[in-house]
Design a binder for this molecule. Structure first.
Ligand code: GDP
Ligand code: MN
Length: 387
Protein backbone atom coordinates (compact mmCIF):
# COMPACT_ATOMS: atom_id res chain seq x y z
CA UNK A 1 0.00 0.00 0.00
CA UNK A 2 1.28 3.42 -0.94
CA UNK A 3 1.03 6.48 1.27
CA UNK A 4 0.69 10.04 0.07
CA UNK A 5 3.59 12.36 0.80
CA UNK A 6 1.62 14.22 3.50
CA UNK A 7 0.70 10.94 5.19
CA UNK A 8 4.28 9.69 4.99
CA UNK A 9 5.61 12.91 6.51
CA UNK A 10 3.06 12.81 9.31
CA UNK A 11 4.06 9.24 10.12
CA UNK A 12 7.81 9.94 9.90
CA UNK A 13 7.35 13.09 11.99
CA UNK A 14 5.81 10.98 14.76
CA UNK A 15 8.99 8.90 14.76
CA UNK A 16 11.06 12.05 15.17
CA UNK A 17 12.21 12.54 11.58
CA UNK A 18 12.55 16.28 10.85
CA UNK A 19 10.02 17.35 8.21
CA UNK A 20 8.88 20.85 7.13
CA UNK A 21 5.67 22.17 8.68
CA UNK A 22 2.76 21.97 6.30
CA UNK A 23 -0.98 21.67 5.84
CA UNK A 24 -3.17 19.80 3.42
CA UNK A 25 -5.62 21.78 1.27
CA UNK A 26 -8.44 20.64 -0.99
CA UNK A 27 -9.37 24.07 -2.37
CA UNK A 28 -7.43 27.16 -3.50
CA UNK A 29 -8.91 29.15 -0.59
CA UNK A 30 -7.67 26.56 1.88
CA UNK A 31 -4.24 26.68 0.26
CA UNK A 32 -4.17 30.46 0.67
CA UNK A 33 -5.18 30.18 4.34
CA UNK A 34 -2.51 27.52 4.87
CA UNK A 35 0.12 29.79 3.30
CA UNK A 36 -0.94 32.65 5.57
CA UNK A 37 -0.66 30.42 8.63
CA UNK A 38 2.77 29.17 7.53
CA UNK A 39 4.21 32.66 7.10
CA UNK A 40 3.77 33.46 3.40
CA UNK A 41 6.53 31.81 1.38
CA UNK A 42 5.47 28.24 0.71
CA UNK A 43 5.76 25.30 -1.64
CA UNK A 44 2.51 23.89 -3.05
CA UNK A 45 2.80 20.18 -3.83
CA UNK A 46 0.30 17.98 -5.65
CA UNK A 47 -0.52 14.81 -3.68
CA UNK A 48 -0.69 11.84 -6.03
CA UNK A 49 0.75 8.35 -5.76
CA UNK A 50 3.53 9.05 -8.24
CA UNK A 51 6.89 10.75 -8.26
CA UNK A 52 8.47 13.14 -10.72
CA UNK A 53 5.98 15.84 -9.75
CA UNK A 54 8.67 18.53 -9.72
CA UNK A 55 9.36 18.15 -13.45
CA UNK A 56 5.67 17.66 -14.24
CA UNK A 57 4.58 20.98 -12.70
CA UNK A 58 3.23 19.51 -9.47
CA UNK A 59 5.63 21.35 -7.14
CA UNK A 60 5.41 25.17 -7.12
CA UNK A 61 7.43 27.60 -5.05
CA UNK A 62 5.16 30.53 -4.08
CA UNK A 63 6.25 33.87 -2.66
CA UNK A 64 2.97 34.82 -1.02
CA UNK A 65 -0.52 33.47 -0.15
CA UNK A 66 -2.20 34.70 -3.39
CA UNK A 67 0.45 32.85 -5.40
CA UNK A 68 -0.24 29.71 -3.34
CA UNK A 69 -3.95 30.08 -4.04
CA UNK A 70 -3.26 30.37 -7.77
CA UNK A 71 -0.86 27.41 -7.77
CA UNK A 72 -3.40 25.24 -5.94
CA UNK A 73 -6.10 26.36 -8.38
CA UNK A 74 -3.92 25.30 -11.29
CA UNK A 75 -3.37 21.82 -9.83
CA UNK A 76 -6.58 20.80 -8.03
CA UNK A 77 -9.13 18.77 -9.93
CA UNK A 78 -6.85 18.36 -12.93
CA UNK A 79 -4.74 15.44 -14.04
CA UNK A 80 -1.02 15.74 -13.38
CA UNK A 81 1.20 13.90 -15.82
CA UNK A 82 4.65 12.77 -14.70
CA UNK A 83 6.97 10.09 -16.07
CA UNK A 84 5.47 7.73 -13.46
CA UNK A 85 1.74 8.30 -14.11
CA UNK A 86 1.42 7.28 -17.75
CA UNK A 87 0.04 9.70 -20.35
CA UNK A 88 -3.42 9.99 -18.78
CA UNK A 89 -1.97 11.34 -15.50
CA UNK A 90 -3.61 11.34 -12.06
CA UNK A 91 -6.27 13.79 -10.95
CA UNK A 92 -5.01 15.92 -8.05
CA UNK A 93 -7.48 15.83 -5.15
CA UNK A 94 -5.28 17.53 -2.55
CA UNK A 95 -2.21 19.68 -2.29
CA UNK A 96 0.30 19.90 0.52
CA UNK A 97 1.24 23.47 1.41
CA UNK A 98 4.60 23.62 3.16
CA UNK A 99 6.86 26.35 4.46
CA UNK A 100 9.52 26.97 1.80
CA UNK A 101 13.03 26.14 2.88
CA UNK A 102 16.35 27.33 1.55
CA UNK A 103 18.29 24.40 0.16
CA UNK A 104 22.05 24.09 0.46
CA UNK A 105 22.33 20.52 -0.80
CA UNK A 106 19.97 17.81 -2.01
CA UNK A 107 20.83 14.26 -0.88
CA UNK A 108 19.10 10.92 -1.24
CA UNK A 109 18.25 8.39 1.49
CA UNK A 110 16.31 5.18 1.02
CA UNK A 111 15.54 2.11 3.09
CA UNK A 112 14.29 -1.13 1.67
CA UNK A 113 14.52 -4.85 2.28
CA UNK A 114 17.49 -6.51 0.59
CA UNK A 115 16.07 -9.99 0.19
CA UNK A 116 19.38 -11.55 -0.69
CA UNK A 117 21.08 -10.17 2.41
CA UNK A 118 17.91 -10.68 4.46
CA UNK A 119 18.47 -7.27 5.99
CA UNK A 120 17.22 -3.77 5.58
CA UNK A 121 19.65 -1.73 3.53
CA UNK A 122 20.04 2.01 3.92
CA UNK A 123 21.12 3.66 0.68
CA UNK A 124 22.47 7.17 0.45
CA UNK A 125 23.67 9.37 -2.34
CA UNK A 126 24.89 12.90 -2.76
CA UNK A 127 22.92 12.99 -6.04
CA UNK A 128 19.57 13.79 -4.43
CA UNK A 129 16.56 15.43 -6.03
CA UNK A 130 17.05 13.56 -9.29
CA UNK A 131 15.85 10.18 -10.40
CA UNK A 132 17.76 7.70 -8.30
CA UNK A 133 17.13 4.86 -10.77
CA UNK A 134 19.12 6.79 -13.34
CA UNK A 135 22.00 7.36 -10.90
CA UNK A 136 21.93 3.64 -10.02
CA UNK A 137 22.13 2.68 -13.69
CA UNK A 138 24.78 5.17 -14.79
CA UNK A 139 26.95 5.62 -11.72
CA UNK A 140 26.31 2.80 -9.24
CA UNK A 141 29.35 3.87 -7.22
CA UNK A 142 27.50 7.11 -6.34
CA UNK A 143 25.10 5.08 -4.20
CA UNK A 144 26.41 4.17 -0.78
CA UNK A 145 24.91 1.26 1.10
CA UNK A 146 24.85 0.16 4.71
CA UNK A 147 23.16 -3.09 5.66
CA UNK A 148 21.47 -2.91 9.05
CA UNK A 149 22.00 -5.77 11.48
CA UNK A 150 18.55 -6.54 12.95
CA UNK A 151 20.09 -7.31 16.35
CA UNK A 152 21.88 -4.00 16.92
CA UNK A 153 20.08 -1.66 14.52
CA UNK A 154 21.63 1.24 12.63
CA UNK A 155 25.04 1.89 14.19
CA UNK A 156 26.85 5.22 14.65
CA UNK A 157 29.87 3.98 12.67
CA UNK A 158 27.59 3.29 9.72
CA UNK A 159 26.29 6.85 9.86
CA UNK A 160 29.87 8.13 10.04
CA UNK A 161 30.86 6.09 7.00
CA UNK A 162 27.88 7.41 5.01
CA UNK A 163 28.48 10.99 6.18
CA UNK A 164 32.07 10.70 5.06
CA UNK A 165 30.97 9.56 1.61
CA UNK A 166 28.37 12.31 1.40
CA UNK A 167 30.82 14.98 2.57
CA UNK A 168 28.82 16.06 5.60
CA UNK A 169 30.30 18.26 8.32
CA UNK A 170 30.41 17.33 11.99
CA UNK A 171 27.00 18.69 12.97
CA UNK A 172 25.34 17.13 9.92
CA UNK A 173 27.02 13.81 10.69
CA UNK A 174 25.52 13.89 14.17
CA UNK A 175 22.13 14.64 12.60
CA UNK A 176 22.50 11.70 10.19
CA UNK A 177 23.28 9.34 13.10
CA UNK A 178 19.98 10.26 14.73
CA UNK A 179 18.06 10.36 11.47
CA UNK A 180 19.22 6.89 10.41
CA UNK A 181 18.06 5.40 13.71
CA UNK A 182 14.67 7.12 13.49
CA UNK A 183 14.10 6.13 9.87
CA UNK A 184 14.93 2.53 10.67
CA UNK A 185 12.57 2.61 13.67
CA UNK A 186 9.84 4.03 11.43
CA UNK A 187 10.54 1.40 8.76
CA UNK A 188 10.16 -1.44 11.26
CA UNK A 189 7.45 0.27 13.29
CA UNK A 190 5.00 0.49 10.41
CA UNK A 191 6.10 -2.65 8.52
CA UNK A 192 7.23 -0.62 5.52
CA UNK A 193 8.62 -2.11 2.35
CA UNK A 194 10.12 1.20 1.23
CA UNK A 195 10.99 4.50 2.87
CA UNK A 196 12.56 7.01 0.53
CA UNK A 197 13.62 10.58 1.24
CA UNK A 198 14.44 12.29 -2.05
CA UNK A 199 15.60 14.87 -1.47
CA UNK A 200 16.94 14.91 2.05
CA UNK A 201 18.20 18.47 2.22
CA UNK A 202 20.86 20.35 4.09
CA UNK A 203 18.92 23.43 5.16
CA UNK A 204 20.09 26.06 7.62
CA UNK A 205 22.83 23.67 8.67
CA UNK A 206 20.49 20.79 9.61
CA UNK A 207 19.01 17.83 7.75
CA UNK A 208 15.38 17.85 6.67
CA UNK A 209 13.15 15.39 4.78
CA UNK A 210 11.83 17.61 1.97
CA UNK A 211 10.06 14.75 0.21
CA UNK A 212 8.93 11.37 1.53
CA UNK A 213 7.73 8.20 -0.10
CA UNK A 214 6.52 5.31 2.02
CA UNK A 215 5.16 1.97 0.84
CA UNK A 216 3.72 -0.38 3.45
CA UNK A 217 3.88 -4.14 3.32
CA UNK A 218 0.25 -5.25 2.83
CA UNK A 219 0.97 -8.41 4.82
CA UNK A 220 1.72 -6.30 7.91
CA UNK A 221 -1.29 -3.98 7.60
CA UNK A 222 -3.46 -5.98 9.96
CA UNK A 223 -1.14 -4.86 12.75
CA UNK A 224 -1.69 -1.18 11.94
CA UNK A 225 -5.36 -0.27 11.92
CA UNK A 226 -4.59 3.45 11.86
CA UNK A 227 -2.28 3.10 8.84
CA UNK A 228 -4.74 0.90 6.94
CA UNK A 229 -7.18 3.82 7.09
CA UNK A 230 -4.75 5.94 5.07
CA UNK A 231 -5.48 3.86 1.99
CA UNK A 232 -6.64 6.08 -0.88
CA UNK A 233 -8.91 4.07 -3.14
CA UNK A 234 -9.15 6.92 -5.63
CA UNK A 235 -5.47 6.34 -6.44
CA UNK A 236 -5.83 2.61 -6.92
CA UNK A 237 -6.71 0.59 -9.99
CA UNK A 238 -10.41 -0.19 -9.30
CA UNK A 239 -9.89 -3.79 -10.43
CA UNK A 240 -7.14 -4.20 -7.84
CA UNK A 241 -9.19 -2.52 -5.07
CA UNK A 242 -11.95 -5.02 -5.66
CA UNK A 243 -9.56 -7.99 -5.76
CA UNK A 244 -7.88 -6.68 -2.64
CA UNK A 245 -11.19 -6.61 -0.75
CA UNK A 246 -11.72 -10.23 -1.76
CA UNK A 247 -8.20 -11.16 -0.72
CA UNK A 248 -7.33 -12.40 -4.22
CA UNK A 249 -3.82 -12.45 -5.69
CA UNK A 250 -4.58 -10.12 -8.59
CA UNK A 251 -2.50 -7.59 -10.51
CA UNK A 252 -4.14 -5.41 -13.14
CA UNK A 253 -2.28 -5.11 -16.46
CA UNK A 254 -2.85 -3.26 -19.71
CA UNK A 255 -3.44 -6.07 -22.23
CA UNK A 256 -6.63 -7.66 -23.56
CA UNK A 257 -6.48 -11.30 -22.44
CA UNK A 258 -8.18 -11.85 -19.08
CA UNK A 259 -6.53 -14.77 -17.30
CA UNK A 260 -7.92 -16.97 -14.56
CA UNK A 261 -5.34 -19.46 -13.37
CA UNK A 262 -4.56 -21.45 -10.24
CA UNK A 263 -1.07 -21.25 -8.83
CA UNK A 264 1.30 -18.31 -9.20
CA UNK A 265 3.76 -20.33 -11.30
CA UNK A 266 1.11 -21.48 -13.76
CA UNK A 267 -0.28 -17.93 -13.84
CA UNK A 268 3.15 -16.51 -14.74
CA UNK A 269 3.71 -19.22 -17.35
CA UNK A 270 0.27 -18.54 -18.85
CA UNK A 271 1.04 -14.83 -19.14
CA UNK A 272 4.37 -15.65 -20.78
CA UNK A 273 2.64 -17.90 -23.31
CA UNK A 274 0.07 -15.23 -24.14
CA UNK A 275 2.94 -12.82 -24.79
CA UNK A 276 4.78 -15.43 -26.82
CA UNK A 277 1.69 -15.73 -29.03
CA UNK A 278 1.86 -11.98 -29.60
CA UNK A 279 -0.86 -10.68 -27.25
CA UNK A 280 -0.81 -9.08 -23.79
CA UNK A 281 -2.50 -10.27 -20.58
CA UNK A 282 -5.09 -8.00 -18.94
CA UNK A 283 -4.21 -9.29 -15.51
CA UNK A 284 -2.35 -11.71 -13.32
CA UNK A 285 -4.74 -13.79 -11.24
CA UNK A 286 -3.92 -16.76 -9.06
CA UNK A 287 -7.15 -18.10 -7.56
CA UNK A 288 -5.02 -20.25 -5.31
CA UNK A 289 -5.94 -23.49 -3.59
CA UNK A 290 -8.83 -23.99 -1.19
CA UNK A 291 -11.06 -21.52 -3.02
CA UNK A 292 -14.87 -21.77 -3.00
CA UNK A 293 -17.13 -21.55 -6.06
CA UNK A 294 -18.44 -18.21 -4.70
CA UNK A 295 -14.96 -16.71 -4.67
CA UNK A 296 -14.16 -18.12 -8.11
CA UNK A 297 -17.33 -16.32 -9.26
CA UNK A 298 -16.16 -13.04 -7.69
CA UNK A 299 -12.78 -13.41 -9.36
CA UNK A 300 -14.38 -14.18 -12.71
CA UNK A 301 -16.66 -11.12 -12.42
CA UNK A 302 -13.62 -8.85 -11.99
CA UNK A 303 -12.38 -10.14 -15.35
CA UNK A 304 -15.85 -9.84 -16.95
CA UNK A 305 -16.20 -6.24 -15.74
CA UNK A 306 -12.81 -5.19 -17.11
CA UNK A 307 -13.43 -3.17 -20.28
CA UNK A 308 -9.92 -4.02 -21.52
CA UNK A 309 -10.72 -7.71 -21.72
CA UNK A 310 -11.27 -8.94 -25.30
CA UNK A 311 -11.05 -12.66 -24.55
CA UNK A 312 -10.74 -14.83 -21.46
CA UNK A 313 -8.36 -17.67 -20.83
CA UNK A 314 -9.08 -20.08 -17.99
CA UNK A 315 -6.11 -22.32 -17.28
CA UNK A 316 -6.62 -24.65 -14.35
CA UNK A 317 -4.59 -27.59 -13.25
CA UNK A 318 -6.78 -29.09 -10.57
CA UNK A 319 -4.99 -30.16 -7.44
CA UNK A 320 -6.12 -28.70 -4.15
CA UNK A 321 -8.57 -26.63 -6.14
CA UNK A 322 -10.87 -28.95 -8.07
CA UNK A 323 -11.97 -28.39 -11.66
CA UNK A 324 -15.65 -28.76 -10.71
CA UNK A 325 -15.38 -25.93 -8.16
CA UNK A 326 -13.85 -23.68 -10.82
CA UNK A 327 -16.57 -24.65 -13.32
CA UNK A 328 -19.31 -23.98 -10.77
CA UNK A 329 -17.82 -20.58 -10.02
CA UNK A 330 -17.73 -19.65 -13.71
CA UNK A 331 -21.35 -20.74 -14.15
CA UNK A 332 -22.40 -18.74 -11.06
CA UNK A 333 -20.64 -15.63 -12.33
CA UNK A 334 -22.25 -15.86 -15.75
CA UNK A 335 -25.76 -17.30 -15.24
CA UNK A 336 -27.45 -13.90 -15.32
CA UNK A 337 -25.23 -12.08 -17.76
CA UNK A 338 -23.43 -14.48 -20.11
CA UNK A 339 -19.98 -13.85 -21.51
CA UNK A 340 -19.70 -11.39 -24.35
CA UNK A 341 -16.10 -12.18 -25.26
CA UNK A 342 -14.53 -15.45 -26.46
CA UNK A 343 -13.81 -17.88 -23.64
CA UNK A 344 -11.04 -20.46 -23.90
CA UNK A 345 -10.57 -23.03 -21.18
CA UNK A 346 -8.01 -25.64 -20.44
CA UNK A 347 -8.92 -27.83 -17.49
CA UNK A 348 -6.90 -30.74 -16.25
CA UNK A 349 -6.29 -32.62 -13.02
CA UNK A 350 -8.65 -33.28 -10.13
CA UNK A 351 -12.33 -33.74 -11.13
CA UNK A 352 -11.72 -32.62 -14.70
CA UNK A 353 -14.59 -34.72 -16.07
CA UNK A 354 -17.05 -33.27 -13.57
CA UNK A 355 -15.81 -29.77 -14.39
CA UNK A 356 -16.27 -30.33 -18.13
CA UNK A 357 -19.76 -31.70 -17.54
CA UNK A 358 -20.80 -28.60 -15.54
CA UNK A 359 -19.51 -26.28 -18.25
CA UNK A 360 -21.05 -28.36 -21.05
CA UNK A 361 -24.45 -28.25 -19.37
CA UNK A 362 -24.26 -24.47 -19.06
CA UNK A 363 -25.22 -22.11 -21.87
CA UNK A 364 -21.60 -20.96 -22.19
CA UNK A 365 -19.84 -21.10 -25.52
CA UNK A 366 -16.41 -22.40 -24.59
CA UNK A 367 -13.46 -23.33 -26.76
CA UNK A 368 -11.50 -26.07 -25.05
CA UNK A 369 -7.77 -26.45 -25.31
CA UNK A 370 -5.75 -29.55 -24.63
CA UNK A 371 -2.62 -28.16 -23.01
CA UNK A 372 -1.61 -24.71 -22.08
CA UNK A 373 0.44 -23.86 -25.15
CA UNK A 374 -2.68 -24.73 -27.15
CA UNK A 375 -4.85 -22.61 -24.84
CA UNK A 376 -2.68 -19.53 -25.38
CA UNK A 377 -2.67 -19.91 -29.16
CA UNK A 378 -6.46 -20.45 -29.22
CA UNK A 379 -7.22 -17.40 -27.09
CA UNK A 380 -4.93 -15.20 -29.17
CA UNK A 381 -6.53 -16.55 -32.35
CA UNK A 382 -9.91 -15.65 -30.85
CA UNK A 383 -8.98 -11.95 -30.80
CA UNK A 384 -7.77 -12.12 -34.38
CA UNK A 385 -4.17 -13.09 -33.81
CA UNK A 386 -1.00 -11.34 -32.66
CA UNK A 387 -1.05 -7.58 -32.27
P1 GDP B 1 9.01 14.87 -6.75
O1 GDP B 1 9.51 15.55 -8.00
O2 GDP B 1 7.64 14.28 -6.97
O3 GDP B 1 9.96 13.87 -6.23
O4 GDP B 1 8.79 16.03 -5.66
P2 GDP B 1 9.83 16.62 -4.57
O5 GDP B 1 9.11 16.78 -3.30
O6 GDP B 1 11.08 15.82 -4.50
O7 GDP B 1 10.15 18.07 -5.14
C1 GDP B 1 10.90 18.26 -6.32
C2 GDP B 1 11.90 19.37 -6.14
O8 GDP B 1 11.26 20.59 -5.77
C3 GDP B 1 12.92 19.12 -5.04
O9 GDP B 1 13.98 18.31 -5.45
C4 GDP B 1 13.39 20.55 -4.74
O10 GDP B 1 14.41 20.93 -5.63
C5 GDP B 1 12.14 21.39 -5.01
N1 GDP B 1 11.53 21.81 -3.73
C6 GDP B 1 10.63 21.12 -2.98
N2 GDP B 1 10.37 21.77 -1.81
C7 GDP B 1 11.15 22.90 -1.81
C8 GDP B 1 11.38 23.99 -0.89
O11 GDP B 1 10.82 24.06 0.22
N3 GDP B 1 12.26 24.95 -1.27
C9 GDP B 1 12.90 24.93 -2.47
N4 GDP B 1 13.75 25.90 -2.78
N5 GDP B 1 12.74 23.92 -3.34
C10 GDP B 1 11.89 22.92 -3.03
MN1 MN C 1 11.21 13.66 -4.68
Amino acid sequence: MKLHEFQAKEMLGRFGVPVPSGRVATSPAEARAAAEALGGRVVVKAQIHAGGRGKGGGVKLCDDPPAAEAAAGAMLGKPLVTHQTGPEGRVVQRVLVEEARSIERELYLGLLVDREARQVVLMASSEGGVEIEQVAAERPEAILKEWIDPVVGFMPYQANRLADGLGLDKAQTGALRKLGVKLYEAFLGCDASLVEINPLVVSEGGLLALDAKVNLDDNGLFRHGELAELRDRAEEDPRESRANDLDLSYVGLEGGIGCMVNGAGLAMATMDLVKLEGAEPANFLDVGGGITAERVAEAFRIILDDPRVEAILVNIFGGIVRCDVIAEGIVQATHDRGVEVPLVARLDGTNVDEGRRILDESALDITYAEDFADSASKVVAAIGGAR
